[in-house]
Design a protein around this ligand. Structure first.
Ligand SMILES: *Cc1c(COP(=O)(O)O)cnc(C)c1O
Length: 229
């Protein structure tokens, strides 16, 4: 399979999972995760109709961005150090990895200074893995309650990365938990907080994520890994 065929297959599976779940396939955005992918190949995936791409490293995103010719929406999906916030503000439309108060403070400080807003997702470490970033599920409500008062930050949903597994079904309880958390937050009807996006699902398990309510799936290797002539 070449990249076009792999991409079609991913799209077909998203649509199938959406239909089985009684969802509109148009409510799910496919983000191509372009970490490690050179600019020319990013242009090729854009030519196939991809409009959203995700990077997980500030430095790599910065060096590739200017060489990509296609108009794309860039998402930042990696761990963000507070001293790199300024770069993220320029390049990305959505930060998926707001995962701690110190980052929220630095982000807000810069956004306020520039008189801007940025949409962010709160990253949740649903499985409470010691080595992973993200808030403990128990901390999410109080975190959002504090961050929603900070200038510039607009919380529009949640994101998670489940524990690695070969079995896509292993991700289901984690994705279900994230959906539940989003519903709990939505019920509070806090001004300035929306639960519009659930960023969940990667190459191995995005159909499960769609079944559990994902609005953005982050797919890398299923699109980019393979022989491209
Ligand atoms: C790399 C990455 C992905 C994509 O992983 P694949 O298994 O290659 O689809 C998704 N989300 C995050 C945060 C990543 O770093």
């Amino acid at each position: 399979m070449d990249m076009a065929e792999r991409l079609n297959e991913v799209r077909r599976q998203i649509a199938g999972a959406a239909e089985r779940a009684g969802r509109d396939p148009d409510d799910i955005r496919l983000m191509a995760v372009t970490k490690g992918i050179p600019p020319a190949k990013i242009d090729r995936v854009a030519a196939l109709g991809v409009t959203e791409v995700g990077e997980n490293r500030v430095q790599e995103g910065r060096s590739k961005w200017k060489h990509v010719k296609s108009p794309l929406h860039w998402h930042f999906i990696g761990h963000l150090q507070s001293n790199k916030v300024k770069y993220v503000l320029r390049q990305y439309i959505l930060l998926h990895s707001l995962d701690r108060m110190s980052l929220a403070r630095e982000l807000s400080r810069r956004l306020e200074r520039e008189g801007r807003e940025m949409e962010c997702l709160v990253q949740v470490n649903v499985a409470r893995e010691a080595q992973k970033h993200g808030l403990d599920p128990d901390q999410v409500v109080s975190f959002v309650d504090e961050v929603r008062h900070m200038p510039g930050i607009s919380i529009v949903g949640l994101m998670t990365i489940p524990p690695y597994s070969d079995d896509p079904e292993a991700s289901r309880p984690h994705y279900r938990c994230l959906s539940q958390l989003a519903r709990d937050l939505e019920r509070r009807e806090w001004p300035g907080v929306k639960m519009r996006e659930l960023s969940m699902g990667m190459s191995g398990d995005f159909t499960v994520a769609v079944a559990e309510g994902a609005t953005i799936v982050r797919v890398g290797s299923a699109i980019f890994r393979g022989d491209d002539r």
